[in-house]
Design a protein around this ligand. Structure first.
Ligand code: ARG
Ligand code: ZN
Length: 881
């Protein structure tokens, strides 16, 4: 494994390379244990670089076979090759020369899933961020753009499919049962976008004609026999291509677009030019094997990777500090795509739930970092929800501030000006300043300052003056190595709601800029007056989650209930209800801690019943509204001294209270929702299933028996309904024989389908209670489980540690110890996976003292182990700091 050098990379150290690589010709002779790679690099010394300046190329665990310059092999003294780098002490003094490097790789033993590796017998690559240096020596950084021609040679029998970036320009047969293909990508690109795939794969074929009439061949490559499971992905791809033309005027630019699904992949997918490589979980779906959530993820990720073709590939990043330039923007684009394909309000609520569940705790804990970080030890650890999700929220705020037209103008200018560049966040902000004439310098703090801002608001109404007043104060809590924070520009969308539910328009406002329903907070404190308000309004604030902040405001339960019923903004209704639930749950938690029985407000319980029955609302919204905050959400709101066992009891109590009071109504709705007819994966149908399954959980609690869930498990003809029923059986009725029977039945039916079995692992990993640790330990020995497959690991170990609060956070520390041992084992083969899993411990300091100490001990076990990877060490040391 790579040695941890402890080196820290700093944004201020950026400097362009001394040499550029105009063309890169690669030749791969593939073989599982001994692949030979010949790289021919056309190198140019920059005019500003003195002749003789040493050339240092990056490597990672490389074996150098030979080095030649312009056809002459180099004497030993002229260069130095280590696994980590190739140094030419004195390169030719002429301005251009060709460097030919031969390296030897062992793809079969590459368990890191970076560089060239084998996944179920298929050769594939992952080069972002620094995987290319595991293939050949190179200036492996995003600002070195080169034109690639790639020749791939392999046995025809085992690798009939040979793919790389761009268009195929030549192919043919060779002696000894081998064949080859040559691919050429005319667009200069950084090495992280290089890709190669070779193997025996099935293919789903289609085509797309761009708005200017260019025909593009589309291919999705999957395991043989699974072609039909790629039809939804193909459909999503064509819709994405169309959407980017319609919404941004952006067309696809090559003759081919290929997607390959592989079963061993560290992340979701990768946007390699013309050859996206996907985790098969985000390609394969049909009604019997995938849930509605899977379908929605596939649609979003297919779109995300496709959209990168412009925001990421045509315009790439100057350095990895700028990662959010492509990721934040592309997430924003895929969010908008899904919002247009589905229900906008429902999509927004789901996004906000994800942001709060993942980004907020990151921003509020030891791993907090700015959307554009200034330092890193291991860049792989910065593919975070701050860079992605908060990065997307920042782009959304730019659009809120500028309005949709100026935003689009800015995007057009960005593409026009920077096409072919490796750009920076400053470049990005500048185009929006230019088109709008707005100074965004304060706004750009969103990129540079970590931490979730808090906005404290107190409202008062003066009936004599007919004035409604808001006292607003913003603050940003300190984050690691950033104690002093500056006030930010926070655009807060709002509404003043009158007694009939309609928005009241004030006759005048003062105290802050208020425009188009948005209060622009820029100073630490503002007092905003709304004049001409005839009666006390109810404030609906941060509508649509216009800013990723927390709001501290005393709002009466009565006002919140009013908002939950009447706000004209659907997001506002959901938000009010979720605030009410949260408050009720925090109080219930305190009651449980004080050995008391929690009691709940009748009004809230009734509101839940009303929303469930309100057929004017779409089912997906009703389902979201009825979903209580998760145990982790509640823990975050409590903030300190977390006792997960008490949280669980409190949440179950509220669930029971809602279920008991509304059982009749819920049953009526549930029974009336007859879901017969052919399966459709669209948002409306998915919403119906979501509502029905949410009600099924409540009804199972109300009934106190497994009858309904067992029936649904037996009769369900789609995976959404089947897995929902299985989860209820396993989580609520473990003692009932039908629970064990259903788990066994599921294994019998799907035992040979690893992606489906991931649901089985996950459902069992999230069964609450102290028996979880032994259950999960036992499942690691299950015949289908493997610590070397990221999907299996995330389904079992990942869901156990992040979605099973009572099972993981055990007082005796057994959950943490098991977790630490497992992570250390994973780290030996796949450091990236280990490091990512370890982030589940990031909120350990908010635990109550006994668990906190146990967590510290487990973290220390990792920190003091020998041969821990840079990836894992970086996370653990920051977590403990
Ligand atoms: N750029 C990919 C995306 O679309 C993520 C790839 C990151 N891979 C990694 N090994 N860090 O989000
Ligand atoms: Zn991305």
């Amino acid at each position: 494994m790579r040695q941890d050098t402890g080196q820290v990379f700093r944004i201020e150290d950026y400097r362009p390379t001394d040499y550029i690589i105009s063309h890169t010709r690669l030749d791969f002779i593939l073989s599982p244990h001994e692949t030979v790679v010949t790289a021919e690099l056309d190198i140019q010394r920059r005019a500003s670089t003195p002749a003789g300046t040493p050339l240092v190329l990056d490597g990672d665990e490389l074996e150098c076979v030979s080095v030649e310059i312009d056809g002459e092999s180099l004497p030993e003294a002229a260069f130095e090759a280590t696994p980590q780098k190739l140094t030419l002490h004195e390169p030719p003094s002429k301005a251009k020369f060709t460097l030919r490097i031969v390296t030897r790789l062992d793809p079969s033993s590459n368990s890191t899933l970076m560089g060239l590796y084998l996944s179920s017998g298929v050769y594939c690559t992952q080069c972002e961020p620094e995987g290319f240096r595991r293939i050949t020596y190179f200036l492996d950084r995003p600002d070195v753009l080169s034109i690639y021609t790639v020749r791939v040679e392999a046995p025809e029998q085992t690798a009939p499919v040979l793919l790389a970036n761009g268009n195929m320009i030549e192919s043919g047969k060779l002696d000894g049962g081998k064949h080859y293909a040559v691919w050429h990508d005319p667009f200069p690109k950084p090495s992280y976008l290089f890709a190669l795939v070779a193997g025996d794969l099935g293919m789903l074929r289609d085509e797309f004609v761009t708005s200017s009439g260019h025909k593009v061949d589309l291919g999705i490559y999957v395991e043989h026999g699974k072609e039909s499971r790629a039809t939804y992905a193909m459909d999503a791809l064509k819709r994405s291509m169309k959407w980017d033309e319609e919404v941004y005027g952006l067309e696809y630019d090559l003759d081919v677009f290929n997607i390959v699904a592989v079963s061993d992949f560290n992340m979701g997918a990768m946007e390699n030019k013309g050859l996206n490589i996907f985790n098969d979980k985000y390609v394969l779906a049909d009604e019997t094997t995938a849930t509605d959530a899977d379908f929605a993820n596939i649609e979003a990720i297919i779109a995300h990777e496709y959209f990168h073709n412009w925001t990421g590939n045509r315009i790439t990043c100057r350095d990895w500090f700028q990662l959010c330039l492509k990721e934040g923007l592309t997430v924003f684009r895929d969010h908008e795509f899904s919002a247009d394909q589905r229900s906008r309000a429902v999509k927004r609520i789901a996004e906000v739930r994800t942001l709060r569940a993942h980004q907020f705790p990151e921003d509020q804990g030891p791993l907090a970092h700015p959307v554009r970080p200034r330092r890193y030890r291991e860049i792989n650890n910065f593919y975070t929800s701050t860079v992605y999700e908060k990065g997307s929220e920042v782009v959304r705020m730019i659009r809120t501030i500028l309005g949709p037209d100026k935003f689009r103008e800015g995007m057009d200018l960005y593409i026009q000006r920077h096409d072919g560049d490796a750009a920076t966040i400053e470049d990005f902000i500048k185009v929006f300043e230019e088109v709008s004439g707005t100074d965004l310098s304060q706004f750009s703090l969103w990129y540079h300052q970590a931490g979730t801002p808090n906005v404290a608001i107190s409202a008062s109404y003066d009936p004599a003056k007919q004035t409604f007043t808001l006292d607003i104060e913003q603050s940003v809590p300190p984050t690691p190595s950033e104690t002093r924070k500056r006030p930010m520009h926070i655009p807060l969308a709002f509404g003043l709601i009158g007694p009939d539910g309609g928005d009241i328009k004030p006759s005048a406002t003062d105290g802050a800029t208020v425009a188009n329903g948005v209060i622009h907070i820029k100073k630490r404190k503002h007092t905003v007056h709304f004049h001409g308000i005839a009666s006390r309004p109810v404030l609906s604030i941060n509508r649509g989650f216009s800013a990723p902040v927390t709001i501290a405001m005393e709002q009466s339960a009565e006002d919140l209930l009013f908002l939950a019923r009447k706000d004209s903004d659907l997001f506002g209704r959901w938000q009010a209800l979720s605030l009410l639930f949260t408050e009720a749950l925090v109080q219930a938690f305190r009651a449980v801690r004080g050995q008391k029985t929690p009691v709940f407000d009748e009004g809230l319980i009734r509101a839940a019943g009303e929303i469930a029955a309100d057929t004017a609302l779409e089912p997906a919204f009703r389902a979201l509204a009825l979903t209580l905050p998760s145990e982790a959400d509640i823990a975050r709101d409590i903030g300190a001294n977390i006792d997960p066992a008490a949280i669980h009891i409190a949440r179950e109590a509220l669930l029971k209270a809602i279920a008991a009071s509304n059982a009749e109504g819920f049953a009526e709705i549930f029974d009336a929702m007859n879901l017969e007819g052919p399966f459709r994966p669209d948002a409306d149908s998915a919403g119906q299933r979501a509502l029905r399954n949410t009600l099924l959980d409540y009804l199972s609690v109300a009934d106190g028996n497994a009858d309904r869930a067992a029936t649904q498990y037996r009769t369900a003809s789609n995976m959404t309904d089947k897995s929902a029923a299985l989860a209820i059986l396993a989580h609520r009725f473990a003692e009932d024989q039908r629970s064990a029977d259903a788990l066994a039945d599921f294994e019998r039916k799907f035992g040979s389908d690893p992606l489906v079995m991931d649901k089985w692992y996950q459902i069992q990993a999230t069964i609450p209670g102290t028996a979880a640790v032994d259950r999960v330990k036992a499942l690691t020995q299950h015949k289908g489980f493997s610590l070397s497959n990221p999907n299996r690991v995330r389904a079992l170990i990942g869901s156990y540690s992040s979605m099973n609060q009572t099972g993981f956070h055990q007082e005796d520390g057994s959950g943490y110890r098991f977790f630490a041992e497992t992570i250390l084992q994973i780290d030996k083969g796949n450091p990236q996976l280990a490091a990512r899993l370890a982030t589940a411990m990031r909120s350990w300091r908010s635990l109550e003292p006994v668990r906190r100490e146990a967590a510290r001990e487990a973290l220390t076990i990792i920190a003091t182990s020998k041969n821990v990877s840079t990836d894992l060490r970086d996370i653990i040391e920051r977590t403990l700091a």
